[in-house]
Design a protein around this ligand. Structure first.
Ligand SMILES: Nc1ncnc2c1ncn2[C@@H]1O[C@H](COP(=O)(O)OP(=O)(O)OP(=O)(O)O)[C@@H](O)[C@H]1O
Ligand SMILES: Nc1nc(=O)c2ncn([C@H]3C[C@H](O)[C@@H](CO)O3)c2[nH]1
Length: 277
């Protein structure tokens, strides 16, 4: 992907359109920031291009901070605090286990992915980010997509039974209420593409655990995203979540060599962030 070449030009363009604040620089006379960073989550189907898009954001706004999805934690689950003799053992690949035997492992996976996402959202933004005038912290997916996309879909396919779904939701609601003020998100960026395009990208990326995934699964996840972000019919259980603004970006097109398209997408994100107040 030839994204590196765009960033300096795009920065100039954004500076011209929105002034130095658009690039997160503090004006000499301006007031110090009064609140923490704007916190956004980038959401979307498997292989839609979230990591790729986040890299584009970081090229354009190097002062922003990104928290990646904790997939390596799921691929290598380690026991904590249990001393073992000999060299370090490699952990269990829970992602692989879940895809191979969803009835057996979906509950375990969802509890663990939720816990790891909660941990990610609880980590304070770095000091360096807080120095900027308009600091922005971007997460790849969230504790909300864990529940309202993946766990919900597994339940609807009966890979989580009624009791497992009830226990998961119990923990989810309880912990989110406990940590409410520390995990708040200001908005969502929903990367939208057809399931067919996602499948093409998924095959091209060829992650071993995803070898058996088929179009039907991506169609289900697409429908879950559309229900939440486009049709707004998903039942949400948190008031702040119901009010959170959503930016929908069409990423069907391959923008890797298309500077104008990259610019259009990044400008939309910048305007969205500005409008968050
Ligand atoms: N707009 C695009 N056009 C064409 N290919 C793309 C585009 N965006 C991403 N890709 C390619 O699609 C594949 C998946 O992209 P990426 O890893 O960014 O997806 P992701 O949404 O982060 O995946 P996951 O859901 O697993 O976290 C990669 O090979 C990437 O180079
Ligand atoms: N079941 C399930 N629940 C989740 O919360 C979840 N989040 C991500 N994933 C899968 C999608 C990609 O294969 C891979 C990387 O995104 O992990 C999930 N699977």
């Amino acid at each position: 992907m030839a994204m590196g070449r765009l960033a300096p030009q795009l920065r100039l363009l954004l500076r011209a359109s929105f002034g130095p604040m658009a690039l997160g620089q503090r004006s000499a006379s301006g007031p110090a920031p009064t609140r923490g960073p704007r916190r956004l989550s980038v959401e979307g189907n498997i292989a839609v291009g979230k990591s790729t898009f986040v890299k584009l954001l970081l090229k354009t706004f190097p002062e922003w901070h990104i928290s990646a999805e904790p997939i390596t934690t799921w691929q290598n689950v380690q026991a904590i605090g249990i001393p073992t003799a000999g060299p370090p053992q490699s952990g269990g690949n829970l992602l692989d286990m879940m895809y191979r035997q969803p009835s057996r492992w979906s509950y375990t996976f969802q509890m663990f992915s939720f816990l790891s996402r909660l941990r990610t959202q609880l980590v304070p933004s770095p000091e360096s980010l807080l120095q900027g005038q308009k600091p922005v912290h971007v997460f790849e997916r969230s504790v909300y997509s864990d529940r309202y996309i993946f766990a919900k879909n597994l339940f609807e396919n009966r890979f989580l039974n009624d009791v497992e779904w009830a226990v998961y939701q119990n923990w989810h609601s309880f912990l989110l209420r406990e940590f409410h003020s520390r995990i708040l998100l200001d908005g969502f960026i929903y990367l939208q593409a057809s399931p067919q395009i996602c499948l093409k990208r998924l095959r091209q990326r060829a992650r071993a655990e995803e070898e058996g995934l088929e179009l039907g699964y991506l169609e289900q996840l697409h429908a879950q995203h559309e229900d939440w972000f486009s049709h707004k019919v998903t039942e949400l259980h948190f008031e702040t979540l119901k009010k959170a603004p959503v930016l929908v970006l069409d990423v069907n097109e391959d923008f890797s060599e298309n500077a104008a398209k990259q610019e259009e997408l990044v400008t939309k994100v910048n305007t969205f962030v500005k409008n968050l107040g």
